[in-house]
Write a protein that binds this ligand. Structure first.
Ligand code: ADP
Ligand code: MG
Length: 461
């Protein structure tokens, strides 16, 4: 029996004693502290002389019977010792153990609360701010998300996070949820994937024929919260009824001063058939973009993965992975996992050679730069190379510039801000240019041809 078990055992015996012995002796029973239990002898210590004498003389038989019953041992007996100092010391020890047990219980309770909240909020424990590597590509988005987590609905509402697949939108969004659960547990967080919202809405409409009462129930489910996290909003495309409902959900939350966070793989206006009303609501707060990370950040991500999973890997192996998986962090993680799995199955260390053998990435894949793109585009349109990034607004140059901007965005995946800087233009202008070409490609063959030929030429640089 260890100390904790001994104390528990004694608590049980004491409870029975208190329940069976007359009230007049209870103070003496309370003065008893347990010191040990060995070979059926339970030794208890008291700091009161009278306690030992009285209990031994008048109640020892009954006390022994109780112990025998609880311990299931007919020979068991209680041995009472009088020792003032020992009793004090034991009492202190017992109190310490009790406190520790209480703390452990509290911790357990807290963890239970957390896991319960997490499963109801649909959050993945890995997606926390601590596990999010910050680089130039995501610093703005990260800082905005952290500000929202620290002070929901204070500044950036809604927070609209957009960017291509695998760049950390869901991670960042859920980090807001985790931060709240850990630091602000009174706030209710709801994470919902847009497709779940849609199917919930549809099944609800079907079941209830849009009855007001049931719609109110549906509304309550999504508005009786403090922070709503809506993932992948682009999936709402063309679902007009759901859009109307979401607009109402949105307005209720907004009016109640609740925080809304949305992710999307594109800008609101690029979502097919989105209503202007909904798109304009999404743009009311702050819009932040996630772009592919640079090499340093990618390397940092692989290092963090290795550390979090207790994996020893040669730095050059991590560098190799970081170098070759540039556009999608999910793929970067996938490559890392593949190498680790292979190493584990074959009991090999993770080296550069191993990474090369498994991943077989194409070497010398040249990075296409903004310069390459403006160069080739100028040639195609027979312009001077400086014209495109210059200020001239002639029709031909403007078109070439818009096409170059479009291709820069498509092939380098860089942010509109960065592209804007290179072209000496505001990021909204570059966004507009991108949009223009994206739309015209489908309707104007000469533009589609220009884009295709320039992209083709860039491949052979
Ligand atoms: P998205 O929602 O944009 O498609 P996710 O949030 O699902 O992307 O991210 C894909 C994977 O990459 C996840 O496993 C995520 O943890 C990881 N990831 C993304 N960005 C980062 C980052 N900055 N630091 C660490 N891991 C990241
Ligand atoms: Mg996602």
């Amino acid at each position: 029996m260890n100390n904790i078990e001994l104390n528990r055992f004694w608590e049980k015996v004491k409870e029975e004693l208190v329940g069976s012995l007359p009230e007049s002796v209870h103070p003496w029973l309370y003065s008893l502290e347990v010191s040990g239990y060995d070979k059926g002898v339970l030794t208890v210590v008291t700091g009161q002389t009278m306690a030992k004498e009285w209990l031994r003389k008048n109640h020892s038989k009954q006390m022994n019977q109780i112990l025998q019953k609880i311990s299931n041992n007919n020979e068991a007996r209680i041995h009472i010792i009088y020792d003032e100092n020992a009793a004090k010391k034991i009492k202190k020890e017992a109190e310490k153990i009790h406190k520790k047990e209480l703390e452990a219980q509290l911790k357990e309770q807290a963890m239970e609360n957390l896991s319960c909240m997490q499963s109801s909020a649909n959050l993945n424990l890995k997606y926390k701010f601590e596990n999010f590597v910050v680089g130039d590509n995501n610093k703005f988005a990260h800082d905005a998300a952290l500000a929202v987590a620290k002070q929901p609905a204070a500044k950036f509402n809604p927070l609209f996070i957009y960017g291509n697949a695998g760049l950390g939108k869901t991670h960042l969004m859920q980090a807001i949820g985790h931060y709240t659960i850990f630091n602000n547990p009174k706030l209710r967080v709801k994470y919902t994937k847009t497709d779940d919202y849609i199917s919930d809405f549809i099944s609800n409409s079907r079941k209830t024929n849009d009855s007001i009462e049931n719609m109110a129930k549906f509304n309550k489910k999504y508005t009786n919260i403090d922070i709503i996290l809506i993932d992948d909003i682009q999936l709402i495309e063309s679902k007009e009824k759901t859009m109307t409902r979401m607009q109402q959900t949105f307005d209720t939350l907004y009016e109640k001063g609740k925080q809304i966070v949305i992710t999307s793989d594109r800008l609101p206006e690029e979502i097919p058939k989105i209503t202007d009303a909904l798109a304009s609501r999404f743009k009311r707060g702050l819009m932040v973009e996630l772009t592919p990370p640079d090499f340093e950040t990618r390397l940092e991500i692989t290092k963090k993965l290795a550390k979090n999973n207790d994996i020893n890997a040669e730095l050059s192996a991590l560098e190799y992975i970081a170098k070759h998986f540039q556009k999608n962090i999910r793929e970067l993680e996938g490559a890392f996992t593949k190498v680790c799995a292979y190493a584990e199955f074959n009991n090999k260390p993770i080296t550069l050679e191993l990474a090369k053998e498994i991943l077989k990435c194409k070497e010398n894949e040249k990075q296409i730069t903004f310069e390459n793109i403006t160069g080739v585009t100028s040639k195609y349109f027979e312009l001077e190379s400086g014209d495109i990034i210059g200020t001239t607004r002639s029709q031909k140059i403007s078109l070439a510039r818009q096409i170059a901007i479009y291709i820069c965005r498509e092939l380098t995946n860089q942010s509109f801000e960065l592209i804007g800087e290179y072209f000496n233009r505001k990021h909204t202008t570059t966004m507009y240019a991108y949009e223009q070409i994206r739309n015209k490609i489908n309707t104007k063959t000469e533009i589609a041809n220009a884009v295709r030929e320039i992209k083709q030429a860039l491949k052979v640089i």
